[in-house]
Design a protein around this ligand. Structure first.
Ligand code: CA
Length: 221
């Protein structure tokens, strides 16, 4: 299990991450909302632990952005705000759980185990389109029965296309799923990714709809 810990209080971050590592979690620590968003794109995160009071943006804003790209990522909010309204705002913004500070590490560990159990049951998210199958949780990819690998961003591109098989995705839609707002994007980035993904896919798997976007046709559609 890989956890992304977003907590700008360095001593607290250090204490939490060492406790989490002791029970064998892989922990990436970041200290701002911006770093959280870029890290989520660049690495495979299983669970997000998110502090609300961050130096560059509010944790709830981070959470809303995260939810656009990762609707199913388990998120636990940590915060010193313990008013019921804050709790409701957090849960409404898409948090799975909410832990008011100060808390006992054991309680955090117990709540992580709950989320993990939920992940385990959701782990069968296997989508098969023609000869290609992709587990949208683990991102395991097989082509024609053989395991295949792609760089993270290209895998995410393929995931979006497969999840929306039969529907055209515009270049702008794909860009918004692959890159955060403010991130430097070359004008031909999506084309380049598509080109690389296609090399690993069966012939004709991804169709270009000229002037509109890209689509994985589904049989009979
Ligand atoms: Ca804070």
């Amino acid at each position: 299990m890989r956890i992304l810990l977003v907590e700008d209080d360095k001593p607290l971050s250090d204490a939490l991450s060492s406790s989490l590592r002791r029970v064998n979690y892989v922990v990436d620590c970041v200290f701002s909302g911006r770093e959280a968003l870029t890290t989520l794109l660049a690495s495979q995160t299983d669970i997000l632990i998110l502090d609300l009071g961050l130096p560059d943006m509010d944790g709830l804003e981070v959470l809303r952005k995260v939810r656009r790209n990762a609707p199913a990522l388990p998120v636990i909010i940590l915060t010193a705000r313990d008013k019921t309204t804050d709790k409701i705002l957090g849960l409404d913004a898409g948090a799975d759980d909410y832990l008011p500070k100060p808390f006992e590490i054991d309680e955090l560990l117990a709540r992580l185990r709950v989320l993990e159990r939920r992940l385990g049951t959701a782990n069968s998210a296997l989508i098969q389109v023609g000869k290609v199958s992709l587990n949208t949780q683990t991102l395991e990819l097989t082509v024609d029965g053989t395991p295949a690998s792609l760089p993270r961003r290209e895998l995410m591109l393929l995931k979006v296309l497969i999840e929306n098989a039969g529907r055209i995705q515009s270049k702008q839609q794909l860009e918004s799923r692959l890159y955060e707002w403010g991130e430097e994007v070359a004008s031909n980035a999506v084309e380049v990714h598509i080109h690389h993904v296609r090399k690993k896919m069966p012939k004709g798997f991804i169709k270009t709809v000229r002037g509109v976007g890209y689509c994985i046709p589904v049989a009979g559609a």
